[in-house]
Write a protein that binds this ligand. Structure first.
Ligand SMILES: [Zn+2]
Length: 180
């Protein structure tokens, strides 16, 4: 073999053969084990969050059903809404699960659960019935342009929901706000 050929042979070896360290069992096993540990840790964190969320929903849905004979909820199509900007917040709130728990616990306890049309509940003044988009100043604040009534926006919407009686169709699967 000429010196030039020997040089080429050496280059091929160093360029294409895997580094010796990658072939030792310890180097190959260690990342896999770390990945497994990391996955296990992530699963435990998610399970912990899921259990706490479930416990929270059960505690409060039971309390609501025990305390009140009639529970009104604002019916929303949660699955339709969860594709938008609020997707993460909506799914985090577990609205569908909250609604499911309220429904079966109400049935078991002989309570009434009523889902009403959610249209404009956040824009209508619960005192004078004036409807205007600007009545809701911020996410939290309601101030009627007509009569000047001021309230927490969610409480004002809750009073509107309580005043509504029209039932929704069977496609509603979620709940935004519980009113008692
Ligand atoms: Zn008003």
């Amino acid at each position: 073999m000429s010196p030039a050929n020997r040089h080429a042979q050496k280059d091929r070896t160093t360029t294409y053969a895997p580094p010796a360290a990658m072939l030792t069992p310890s180097v190959v096993r260690l990342p896999t084990e770390r990945i497994k540990e990391w996955r296990t840790g992530c699963c435990e964190v998610h399970q912990g969050i899921s259990h706490r969320r479930s416990a929270f929903l059960h505690k409060h849905s039971t309390a609501v059903i025990r305390k009140y004979g009639t529970v009104k909820v604002e019916g929303l199509n949660v699955s339709g809404m969860s594709g938008g900007n609020l997707a993460k917040q909506i799914l985090d709130c577990s609205w569908s699960e909250w609604f499911r728990q309220l429904r079966y616990k109400a049935e078991e306890a002989g309570r009434r659960l009523v889902a009403v049309d959610p249209k404009y509940t956040s824009q209508i003044c619960s005192q004078c019935r004036c409807k205007h988009a600007d009545n809701r100043k911020t996410q939290a604040d309601f101030a009627c342009l007509s009569c000047g009534y001021q309230d927490n926006a969610d409480h004002n919407a809750a009073v509107n929901i309580l005043a509504r009686n029209e039932p929704l169709d069977a496609n509603v699967r979620g709940v935004a706000l519980c009113v008692v």
